[in-house]
Design a protein around this ligand. Structure first.
Ligand SMILES: *Cc1c(COP(=O)(O)O)cnc(C)c1O
Length: 366
């Protein structure tokens, strides 16, 4: 049970709005895979997947145990595990997950396991490297892959996929077009040798926006579902899904000359009123937001974080805010606030969202 008063409210209506926004950019036959890895980008992968279950065609997670959690929660939609390992292959089968096979170690091991278990047509996905140089077979591996698939096998190649390295970057159009061409060539080489046609998918959120001609059979949408597009204009068309809230635990009057927090980082020059909020860096609020770089909202006003962010708490300046212990605090509830935190933390919103730790109570509202 998690009854922490610091709560991340996931806005189901906003998730649905964002999903429909991207569906509007797709051809009617293009399938949608919702990426719910990393706890649904710092929210709650299980609650998000349950909510989206009948609105999308596929889910993807990074690791096997993330997929197991979805199955244990009753999610029945196909789940692609992007990055399985040898140790997890049995669990993949036990929980009817679909592995992304990215090298011969994992490919051969899965082939062997499915054969031993006399499985039939077990769906797997072949991941190809077209320039990200992270995970995936090279095109040179195709003859060997096909050789394995020629013999009777328990596998069904459900899809071929690759991942773009810089889909959000207009300056990398030539590189991205080359990735698309490579993927197309891979598809032709593999499909020519198979008696059936696997699905093809390449695009992430920014890819859908910038390279709609390469949507193939399915697209993989992550950050866009959670309210962030390629630029400000597009983000403005999306709705914020992550609302982080807390309450005031205690209010302190601070006399001039007194200090607040660890290392006495804030020293009051004048009479100051502070509020202590039960959220700290262990909840995912970066320590870089301390010393007035970040703020929260109380009674519709900005309250700057003073002193250092503690592990479990922050202290904010409420000298000019009429507020009481127990009052509501908004850590963020707009894309602008999340972007601001990411900017101050010198990172991207992906990291700001996924940093929200499991200690925070997560609840999806519709
Ligand atoms: C995380 C991930 C995605 C989602 O990317 P977004 O930019 O969040 O849409 C898609 N495909 C793969 C392979 C990923 O690892």
């Amino acid at each position: 049970m998690n009854n922490h008063v610091t709560v991340l409210e996931i806005d189901g209506k906003a998730l649905e709005h964002n999903l429909n926004y991207f569906k509007g950019k797709l051809q009617t036959a293009t399938k949608v895979l919702a990426v719910v890895k990393a706890f649904g980008y710092g929210s709650d992968g299980v609650q998000v997947a349950r909510f989206l279950e009948h609105k999308v065609d596929y889910f993807a997670v990074a690791y096997t145990h993330e997929g197991v959690a979805l199955r244990e929660a009753g999610v029945q939609t196909p789940i692609l595990v992007l990055h399985p390992h040898l140790q997890n292959l049995q669990a993949i089968i036990d929980f009817q997950l679909e592995p992304g096979l990215y090298n011969f170690t994992i490919f051969n091991a899965f082939l062997k396991l499915t054969r031993e278990k006399s499985l039939d047509q077990y769906p797997v996905h072949l991941k190809f490297n077209t320039g990200l140089n992270r995970l995936g077979f090279s095109a040179a591996a195709i003859p060997e892959i096909l050789m394995h698939l020629k013999a009777p096998t328990a596998l069904k190649i459900q899809s071929l996929f690759s991942h773009l390295a810089a889909s959000e970057d207009a300056a990398e159009k030539a590189f991205t077009s080359n990735q698309i061409e490579q993927f197309t060539a891979i598809k032709e080489a593999v499909c020519a040798a198979l008696a059936y046609t696997p699905m093809l998918h390449l695009l992430n959120t920014s890819g859908v926006v910038n390279y709609p001609q390469a949507q193939f059979d399915m697209v993989r949408i992550g950050i866009g579902l959670y309210g962030f597009g390629n630029d400000k204009k597009e983000t403005a068309q999306l709705k914020n899904t992550h609302n982080l809230k807390s309450i005031i635990s205690q209010i302190h009057p601070i006399a001039p000359g007194e200090t607040v927090g660890y290392n006495r980082a804030f020293a009051a020059k004048a009479a100051t009123k502070t509020a202590t909020i039960p959220i700290g860096h262990a909840d995912g609020l970066s320590r870089r937001l301390g010393n007035t770089k970040g703020f929260v909202r109380i009674q519709n006003q900005d309250a700057p974080i003073i002193g250092n962010v503690c592990m479990d708490m922050i202290m904010v300046d409420v000298t000019h805010i009429d507020c009481n212990e127990g009052d509501a605090v908004i850590v963020f509830n707009t894309q602008e606030m999340i972007q601001h935190i990411a900017d101050i933390s010198e990172t991207i919103v992906y990291e700001t969202l996924t940093a929200i730790s499991p200690r925070v109570h997560k609840t999806l509202k519709t």
